[in-house]
Design a protein around this ligand. Structure first.
Ligand SMILES: [Zn+2]
Length: 85
């Protein structure tokens, strides 16, 4: 009887260990998937692109040079456009 009890305890212990192991693996898996999804949503919402009034190049809003309601890709084009007009 004592052998059977020890055997049951061993099985329960192994079961608990397996359960803990699976849970920790799942938690790791979901954490990795969630961070990957965050990256994907960033890709789905790109930053606002603006068109250079001088050469027509599309540039991110943060890199754009704005002057007189118009957008330019660089200071060179901004100055060049002002020389023309
Ligand atoms: Zn330009």
């Amino acid at each position: 009887m004592k052998v059977l009890l020890g055997f049951i305890l061993l099985i329960v212990g192994l079961g608990l260990f397996a359960w803990w192991y699976i849970l920790s693996r799942l938690r790791h898996f979901f954490r990795t998937t969630t961070s990957a999804q965050t990256k994907d949503s960033d890709m789905n919402h790109p930053q606002n692109m603006l068109e250079c009034a001088y050469c027509g190049l599309h540039i991110p809003e943060q890199e754009a040079h704005q002057s007189g309601g118009k957008v330019y890709c660089c200071t060179k084009h901004l100055k060049a456009a002002h020389k023309i007009h």
